[in-house]
Design a protein around this ligand. Structure first.
Ligand SMILES: Cc1cc2nc3c(=O)[nH]c(=O)nc-3n(C[C@H](O)[C@H](O)[C@H](O)COP(=O)(O)OP(=O)(O)OC[C@H]3O[C@@H](n4cnc5c(N)ncnc54)[C@H](O)[C@@H]3O)c2cc1C
Length: 641
């Protein structure tokens, strides 16, 4: 009897490759990077009994506990890390970012409180102000003596910062600015540290001088006096109970003709003389605005870093539980450990690989940020936006999966994942809404494309693209399904690059066609879905290149593991977007099937060392603190035979 068609198509799958060993110390060294000593100091402090988690606190009490934790961190000098030495600081922005990232293994309200005070309030003084402000305020912000916040968002304007309504009008006679909330939609909304603890805010407002609006600028505005009472003309409200992060006192602020001295304008990018003459080192108002906003890019990087720390906690807990908890199995045999189920591996292990790939990508971003020339944010801003969005969406999904993987135990507050999930939700919204940020990245890519067009010339650019396209559509490559090919980094990169280039070409063409009939804003709206896809492709290709570079640098104890993590990440990205790859003709059915199979192989190869890999995150036991992640597991057991 001849075999049926499906039988004929079945092939003996290639055997699993041996699981690479995990050199936990070397992997932790890689992940900790140059600021490892700062990370260790944070780990030690967070492990002390006073940082123990408190259950069932009222919002009021929780805010006080978080404040005490913040005070402890400032007493240890963490608030001064990023401040230049001449103003009493550590002059160590890299150390500050590492401290922030490590803090996020602990309570996320504390992370955000720390971020508001130092990453937003203090950084805005440092980066948007000049010597006058640095000399007067940085010591007090570092020590926590002056608590403050970053008052940008308003009820009517969140993502669209350029059209904020708060005004700062210069009064030349008194040499003061008058801060005012002109409309019901113009009060400051969601401002961290505003409801209870903050005394001063960096307020973003339309700067009006002699009747001319010079656009959004930032000013330092006291909101409370030394006794904690609102300053004259300032009204403060409490945002109230939120889905998560209830240890942070978010508030609303209204200004009624509030006066501040002229010098309170943070005047690095725009100044007003005593007589009322406006000046700026950047003539073009749009460029000035984007330069000012771009200068604050560090905030976005910290959000990506901290989201990843939360994922690492959730994965560590879920993988440990999955190794110990057993359910079902053959009669008379021990029940099966959850992590031996393919579905469990599918939910946790690609996420484990992705978290390490993104860790490397974010570390590269930190390097670029530290090396960034003053005011030149072009190279960093787009990718920082894309990585923030990609990482925080990933975090939301990975933590949700980790919660489900722990069953009912995952829902218990004491096991921490449920709390992480509630807190992390808003990472996709603050410091820039993810959808808006992905479009920022895509627009930057289109601008780069236009420049390349102008520099290289249409004919050469199209010739280059056509060669790449021919290569990608080569019938041998599109069908090739052997493992050597699928695990070849050059072939992997070619596929990711092909997708990004195709999406960029097509987006540019679609935009050009629409721009003939429509205004630029509506032309852009029409291709938004395309731009989101392009930004995702860019982040994935960049992240892939990051891990590949690390592989080339790595020693023999780390290289095979990093290669397996890279393959897992790559196969997962391509599998998720297989519809596009097949529609574009770059992947045909045999290859598509082989890639899906490769995901399953990679996770089986990873499975035996998954828990060891999480050890390299270096999360102290006292900070992880989930009973289901403990050994031995109280709920585990074999079914009676
Ligand atoms: C817990 C918390 C803490 C915060 N802390 C602070 C703080 O300390 N200081 C501060 O200044 N702000 C703070 N914010 C505000 C935060 O930055 C804003 O919520 C954020 O910028 C989004 O603005 P929005 O809420 O007005 O949403 P919107 O901008 O109205 O967005 C709503 C939805 O519309 C979509 N959308 C908007 N524009 C577009 C577009 N062009 N194309 C496609 N879709 C679009 C978005 O994707 C989103 O889904 C905080 C917010 C929260 C929730």
């Amino acid at each position: 009897m001849s075999p049926t068609v499906p039988e004929r198509q079945l092939r003996e799958p290639a055997p699993l490759r041996p699981t690479p060993p995990v050199d936990v110390a070397a992997l932790q060294r890689l992940l900790d990077g140059p600021a490892f000593a700062t990370r260790d100091r944070v780990r030690t402090i967070l492990s002390s009994p006073e940082f123990g988690y408190r259950a069932e606190l009222s919002d009021e009490r929780y805010r006080e506990v978080v404040l005490q934790w913040l005070r402890k961190l400032t007493a240890e000098g963490f608030g001064a890390l990023a401040v230049p030495q001449e103003f009493g600081g550590g002059g160590d922005p890299r150390g500050f970012l590492a401290a922030f990232e490590t803090l996020a293994f602990h309570d996320l309200s504390l992370t955000i409180k720390f971020g508001v005070q130092f990453g937003l309030f203090q950084s805005s003084i440092l980066l948007l102000g000049t010597r006058w402000h640095h000399e007067r305020f940085l010591r007090a912000t570092s020590s926590g003596e002056l608590l403050g916040g970053f008052a940008m968002s308003e009820l009517g304007h969140g993502s669209n910062v350029r059209d904020l309504e708060t005004t700062a009008t210069y009064d030349a006679a008194k040499r003061e600015f008058v801060i005012h909330t002109p409309a019901g939609s113009a009060h400051k909304e969601w401002i961290g540290n505003a409801a209870v603890h903050g005394r001063m805010m960096t307020v973003f407002a339309q700067l009006i001088v002699g009747g001319t609006n010079h656009g959004v600028h930032a000013l330092l505005v006291p909101i409370r006096d030394a006794d904690g009472k609102p300053c004259p003309g300032v009204r403060i409200g409490d945002t109230g109970h939120k889905e998560g992060l209830n240890g942070v006192d978010n508030g609303r602020i209204w200004f009624d003709q509030v006066r501040v001295p002229r010098e309170h304008l943070l005047n690095r990018f725009g100044d007003v003389s005593a007589e009322g003459i406006y000046s700026s080192p950047i003539d073009n108002p749009a460029k000035r605005f984007f330069t000012m906003i771009g200068t604050l890019v560090g905030g976005r990087i910290t959000i990506g870093l901290s989201a990843l720390s939360a994922v690492k906690s959730a994965l560590t807990i879920a993988i440990r539980y999955g190794n110990r908890r057993r359910q079902f199995g053959e009669p008379g045999q021990p029940e099966i450990a959850l992590l031996d189920y393919r579905t469990h591996q599918r939910r946790l292990l690609p996420a484990l690989a992705t978290s390490i790939v993104l860790d490397i990508a974010l570390s590269r971003m930190v390097d670029r940020f530290i090396e960034m020339k003053s005011g030149d944010t072009r190279l960093v801003e787009g990718l920082a936006a894309g990585l923030k969005a990609y990482t925080t969406w990933f975090a939301q999904q990975a933590i949700t999966d980790a919660r489900e993987c722990c069953g009912g135990q995952g829902f218990l507050a004491v096991n921490r994942i449920a709390v992480l999930r509630r807190d992390i939700d808003v990472w996709t919204t603050f410091e820039g809404d993810n959808t808006v940020l992905m479009q920022l990245l895509a627009k930057g890519l289109l601008t780069g494309y236009k420049q390349e067009f102008a520099e290289v010339g249409v004919i050469r650019l199209f010739a280059r693209r056509a060669t790449a396209s021919l290569r990608a559509h080569n019938p041998i490559t599109t069908r090739r399904d052997d493992e050597d090919h699928l695990r070849d980094p050059a072939a992997q990169l070619a596929l990711l690059r092909y997708r990004e280039d195709r999406l960029l070409d097509a987006a540019a063409r679609r935009l050009r066609a629409r721009a003939k009939k429509d205004d630029p804003t509506h032309a852009m709206i029409d291709v938004q879905d395309h731009l989101m896809h392009l930004a995702t492709a860019h982040v994935e290709r960049e992240s892939f290149e990051g891990v590949q570079e690390e592989i080339e640098r790595a020693g023999p104890s780390l290289r095979p593991l990093l290669e397996l993590l890279r393959d897992t990440f790559w196969a997962g990205c391509v599998e998720r977007d297989m519809g596009w790859y097949m529609m574009s003709g770059a992947v045909e059915t045999p290859k598509a099937k082989a890639i899906r199979y490769l995901v399953n192989k990679c996770i089986q190869e990873l499975r035996p060392v998954a828990e060891e890999i999480t050890a390299a995150f270096g999360i102290p036991e006292a900070v992880l603190a989930a009973p289901i992640a403990s050994d031995p597991l109280p709920t585990a057991g074999n079914r009676p035979s």
